[in-house]
Design a protein around this ligand. Structure first.
Ligand code: 13P
Length: 260
């Protein structure tokens, strides 16, 4: 199970330190649950220093598909890796929506991230109109297929997919556990077709979209939900800690069930 915090364009030079320290503290007893935070790029170094030697790993929210060059304002995967980042969120719906990121661009970034040994957290998800039209499976299948085109994977740990229905992001509305499980199972099936059973069964598929301590346990209890990508609720260490605890409870529950 992986619980990832996407801080988006939030915090400042001092509050990022405070929040990172809080997350470190909340993660001390996380057991087998892995925790990561993705601060804004300008604070990666500062937050990285706080996380150094702790159980919490560092991730970024985006990167350019090329390694270096005349691309004012951009950041490369190599740069993120050199700062100690382990993860990078790619293809978030906010990037697709507000910055015109295409499936082709997401695919280029995913390939580059894997090449520089970052683990991409590839975001997919339908918007409200698409769900109302009953097209959610078709939309997500197309995003997944496009993102995963043209490379091979040696390990299921080299890639993460996050199902984030756009209508659930920042709205207080979540997918129901059944809706989430249905889409996660579809994503795993597509990964199985592309990379085979071993990669598919070990792959982490995260749910994102208004996850809170109230709904986390139900969502994380679903068979194909392997963690959460959390926006708003990751900006408060105590609240984020409650989601980590929910993940731990689910892990412990399933391990108890499998040994009885
Ligand atoms: P919220 O948890 O604020 O809905 O955001 C989810 C998200 O976009 C994480 O990447």
């Amino acid at each position: 199970m992986l619980i990832a915090g996407n801080w988006k364009m939030n915090t400042d030079a001092s509050s990022c330190v405070e929040l990172a320290r809080g997350v470190v503290q909340e993660s001390e007893n996380a057991g087998v649950v892995r925790v990561t935070v993705c601060p804004p790029n300008v604070f990666l170094s500062t937050v990285g220093t706080v996380l150094n030697g702790t159980r919490v790993s560092l991730g970024a929210q985006n990167m350019h598909a090329l390694g270096s060059g005349a691309y004012t304002g951009e950041v490369s995967g190599e740069m993120l890796h050199s700062l100690g980042c382990r993860f990078v969120i790619l293809g978030h719906s906010e990037r697709r929506q507000h910055f015109g990121e295409t499936d082709a661009e997401v695919n280029r970034k995913v390939k580059k991230a894997i090449k520089v040994k970052l683990v991409p957290i590839v975001c997919v998800g339908e918007n409200l109109d698409q769900r109302r039209a009953g097209r959610e499976r078709e939309v997500v299948a197309s995003q997944v297929k496009y993102a995963l085109e043209g490379f091979t994977l040696s390990s299921s740990n080299a890639l993460i997919i996050a199902y984030e229905p756009v209508w659930a992001i920042g709205t207080g509305e979540t997918a129901s556990p059944v809706q989430a499980q249905d889409m996660h199972a579809l994503i795993r099936k597509l990964v199985r077709q592309q990379f085979g059973e071993k990669i598919a069964s070990g792959l982490h598929i995260l749910y994102g979209g208004s996850m809170t301590p109230t709904n986390a346990k139900d969502l994380l209890s679903e068979k194909d939900v392997d963690g959460g990508l959390i926006g708003g609720a990751s900006l408060n260490a105590d609240v984020f800690g409650q989601i980590i605890q929910a993940a731990k409870d689910v892990e412990q529950g399933s391990r108890t069930a499998s040994t009885t």
